[in-house]
Design a protein around this ligand. Sequence first.
Ligand code: HEM
Length: 352
Amino acid sequence: MVSRMQKQCEEILDEWSNKIPTDGSPGDIDVFPYLPDYTGSVVSHTLFSMPFNGLAKRTFSSISELTLLANQAQPFNIPGEQYLPTKKYRRANAIENELTHTFTNMIQERLKKRSTGEINGEPDLFDMFLDELNEVDTKDKNVHPMVIHEIIQQCKLFFVAGYETTSNLVAWTIIMLAVHQDWQDRAREEVLQVLGNKNKINADHLGQLKILNMVVHEVLRLYPPSVEVSRVVEEETSLGEFYLPKGAMVMLPVILLHRNPKIWGKDVLEFKPERFAEGVLKAANGHAAFIPFGWGVRNCIGANLAVWETKVFVTLFLRRFSFEISPTYAHGPLVSLNMQPQYGAPLILRKL
Ligand code: HEM
């Protein structure tokens, strides 16, 4: 996957390079809007063998809109309100239908390719889901649509979970390196040392980038793209002094845990990647308090992929540019579904 990621990444870096004046002066570019194209193309291309074209982009933006509609703050919910023909629910239903149609077509296309033997190389996520489909009795007319529906839901989950979360992580990592020039220098030095004059990067290289690894962990601590993790209580239980009835929703605010001075120490709000030098547990002073990707059996299945995507992008970026934060930057982490830099990530870029 790394070589595919590199290709997608270099395309964006070429575009930035072309925006920098040729007379040697630096360019001022807001890099934030470009990053979802990188993570989106990794999900569509690398996981679903689907070109990152107009259809894929539309699918991502429809899913983002749907997620936004689903999470719109409202004072209370009326049971069954989703069946009322309000503007919000009409729009949500229209998007749902469009997505079902798009993913059904994608699945049919993949099934056709599988039957004509047009697929070579590694199986993608569609193949894995379709293999599951083959395991149930597909002749049963009642089961088949249910399984297809389940595959579509899984595809949507991957499209939404692997898109803006990771592009926000890349953005915050770049912003932190732009602000903390000492860490930028250290990370670049390591990148140049590990890569030498090799053009192509691989998994071994990424594994050797210890400084960058610490930086990414510290960014995940201070700016966790998912600010909370939630669970529905399956059996009534009690937790400390709380009684939790079956069906209750419990939310764990990741961001509060990551910024608690009792756990991390007085310097909790400072950017100090070195706290991760001896691993996550040591950084959190023995507490299980670093949970950017959730916790337990339902934790994030894409955690490693997200960190690798970030490392690929930042490695190639450090190799080609030096950068500082633009005077137009305003620090405004927006804590909504994902934690994102709401005023973008404008940088002063210099070619190296
Ligand atoms: C920085 C990037 C990411 C962050 C911060 C993140 C965070 C999370 C969190 C907090 C959860 C809930 C875990 C829990 O409830 O314990 C989750 C679930 C999930 N994530 Fe990620 N994620 C990221 C990237 C990705 C990527 C790249 C993919 C795949 C392409 C992905 C796929 C998923 C899936 C499928 C689930 C649902 C797992 C389940 O319910 O069993 N995520 N993620």
